[in-house]
Design a binder for this molecule. Sequence first.
Ligand code: SF4
Length: 381
Amino acid sequence: MSLDNIYQKAYSLEFLTAAEGMILLTTAPLSELMGLAHLIRLKKAHNYVTWQIDRKINITNICISGCKFCDSYSEPQSSMAYITTLEEYIEKVEELLKYGGEQLVLQSGLNPELGIEFYKSLFSELKDIFPRLKIHALGSPEIGFLAKMENLTYKQVLEQLVESGLDSLPGHGGEILCERVRLDLSPTRLDSSEWWAVMAEAHALRIGTSASIVFSQMESPHEQIEHLVKIRDLQSKKPLGAPGFEEFIPLVSGARLQTMPLAGQNLLQMPPEDYIRSVAISRIMLSNITNIQASYLSVGKEVAQACLHAGANDFGSIMLDDNPNIAGVKRMDAYDIQKAIADAGFEPKLRNRKYELLELPDCEFSRIMRFEELRTSPYNI
Ligand code: SF4
């Protein structure tokens, strides 16, 4: 099939085969891919660009999985090991609310000391104290681990956690759905078919989820396309009206980022053209997922801005986080993120995790400006 025929098929939102995806990934000129991805984005999403205010907190850093690419886990006996206390959550969530955000991302690990009752009481306590809070927490590895530890099904674990306050599930654990790579990077963690099964169960229960691809230098172009086809197949199996995958986020693993000499510098080791090409291919292959994110926190402002012209319709979040960003990219505040989107030529719009648009909050710490003001304002005022 010629490139023109594949472009036409993609523009009609027909599913491309893996072979057609490979032709685009390996032979199509970048400018043509970006143009096609942008046209598909305009059909599937909007011309404006969304962003979010959220906060990430690690529930615990204790994990027995030992994934090679993970920079944040500790052995159970380590002096660095911790479990976040309720007082610490309260302080951090209050700060999030002051920034005008309500979305909490809770990361955990495979900690054999923490059973399902721990997570249930944590979620319900947080919801009791902060009823407006939205909890985007755990991931397939933690759900699979809890199911095994408690002798429950994935469905039972998810139902109990949702009952206690879980709102949605991140894509953690599905970095690349390829057994060859997983066996090298995270051999003790659940395999890709189990990741798939947890996500399928979440979709059946109408829990909103995220999916991502994490580039690690290990995966081949063929495995990258295979991953996209698997995500697309799972999305097409979700029940009618269920949220399924609400977003897809191409990320670069720490293995591809060098240590930062200068905060704020773009330290992407993956050539920027390769990342932009991958965002465009994600938009083209995933014609049944509405939102594709260009994560400036992973690749830096300039590359993420270019991705807004290559199919991405979301710029990520201001992500309050106590840990340094592994990519060395400076976290933006509410003003700078909107300024970056406006400078790329798009109107920024604040959203929640379900991609519903929100009014700009009148908050204490974030300087929020309207689109018209942003276009003529300087950076970092
Ligand atoms: S399972 Fe998650 S927390 Fe644990 S080592 Fe792997 S990536 Fe890190």
